[in-house]
Design a protein around this ligand. Structure first.
Ligand SMILES: Nc1ncnc2c1ncn2[C@@H]1O[C@H](COP(=O)(O)OP(=O)(O)OP(=O)(O)O)[C@@H](O)[C@H]1O
Ligand SMILES: [Mg+2]
Length: 363
């Protein structure tokens, strides 16, 4: 999967921009507040018609304007397509090869993985790890998005019922669906994590010693047994036991919205015992594993975007990371450091300055 060109019109701090990218490594260099992260965000928007930074699409429209246009030419298994996302007064319109399409048809044309900094992935709130997990699962299984949306809708209904006139019958009718979607989500998350753990284990020698052990697990509330087919029953029982407590607290205390991902290094929680170098190495392995899982599913690699990479990885780790990537992965790095481009000699380099981008090295 490659993004060959990108055009922006009245998007964030860009007025008009047209760029072409290399199929391998693209580096965007610029001082703070010049538009580097905006540019990566625009690629994410082009892929998913959603921003990773804001749920209000009006925020991505250049101040003082009403319409934003993001256009890109993508190449997927040697088939080229032109994608357009048009945002007009908060409404989005999607086009593939100049024909207006529904979201469903639009979504499979471009995939992007964001490098999540270790400060977020390891030290961040559980909500951030759940988001990381869910994005990774959705990129492999679109149906999962429906399960998440349905679960969240029912969770909201349940919580509203606790706060208004509590009605036992109505609650029971929600509970059945709640358990159904909770189990779908848990199974998907558990399966993803098992696969992730296996892949991370295979990649481990890049950064760790042979006898170092990395384990990634899903922490659920309630704690579930190893027998997946008993989960619905187990949750039902727990909900019954916690009914009075939930009523007292006024919100749902059981379910995948409480999940967390736990990372153990040599049997100890990496958050409290891992060195920052080890944690960064762990994140790199997780990204590499994610790319491999995507490739197994689609025989293609998604785009990889790493924002502010110089604040996350030193030159040695970055080099180890980049040289472990398949040459088929198209990468976009942003940095404020000019010297990064000097160490990465094959990269195409772009200078981002006040919403204007200039290719300063052809690679
Ligand atoms: N809708 C918008 N219209 C106009 N300008 C915007 C809009 N949204 C954000 N900006 C501006 O875009 C500029 C660039 O932001 P961006 O986050 O891309 O910077 P950056 O180059 O990644 O900087 P840093 O190195 O600090 O991360 C900022 O000055 C920001 O205020
Ligand atoms: Mg930035």
């Amino acid at each position: 999967m490659k993004l060959e060109t990108l055009s922006l019109e009245n998007y964030r701090n860009f007025s008009h921009l047209k760029l072409d990218f290399t199929a391998s490594l693209n580096i965007l260099i610029g001082n703070n507040a010049q538009g580097k992260s905006n540019l990566l965000e625009s690629i994410y928007l082009l892929a998913y018609s959603k921003s990773p930074r804001t749920s209000n699409l009006n925020n991505v429209v250049k101040h003082g304007f009403q319409i934003t246009r993001i256009e890109g030419e993508v190449c997927n298994n040697e088939i080229k397509k032109e994608l357009v996302l048009l945002i007009d007064s908060g409404n989005k319109h999607l086009f593939v090869d100049k024909k207006i399409v529904e979201l469903k048809q639009y979504l499979s044309n471009l995939h992007v993985i964001f490098y999540v900094p270790f400060s977020t992935l390891i030290y961040g709130f559980p909500r951030e790890r759940r988001r990381y997990l869910d994005r990774a699962i959705v990129s492999l299984d679109k149906k999962y998005l429906h399960a998440i949306a349905s679960y969240n809708r029912i969770l909201k209904m349940r919580n509203a019922l606790f706060k208004s006139k509590y009605n036992e019958r109505e609650m029971e009718s929600w509970n059945e669906q709640f358990i159904n979607y909770a189990v779908i989500i848990w199974k998907a998350r558990q399966e993803y994590i098992e696969n992730l753990c296996k892949k991370v284990g295979q990649l481990k020698p890049i950064f760790f010693k042979e006898n170092d052990e990395i384990e990634i697990g899903l922490k659920t509330t309630p704690q579930l047994s190893l027998e997946k087919k008993r989960w619905a029953e187990e949750v039902k029982y727990c909900m019954e036991m916690q009914k009075e407590r939930e009523k007292q607290m006024g919100f749902t205390i059981i379910g995948p919205h409480r999940d967390d991902m736990v990372i153990l290094l040599n049997n100890y929680d990496a958050r409290y015992f891992g060195s920052s170098g080890q944690l960064k190495a762990m994140v790199i392995l997780m990204i590499l594993a994610q790319l491999n899982m995507f490739h197994e599913e689609y025989e293609e690699y998604p785009l990889l975007m790493c924002d502010d990479i110089d604040t996350e990885l030193d030159a040695m780790k970055l080099n180890a990371f980049l040289s472990s990537l398949s040459s088929m992965v198209q990468v976009f790095l942003t940095t404020t450091q000019n010297n990064l481009a000097e160490t990465l000699k094959d990269a195409v380099v772009y200078q981002v300055h006040e919403g204007v981008v200039e290719k300063i090295r052809k690679g």
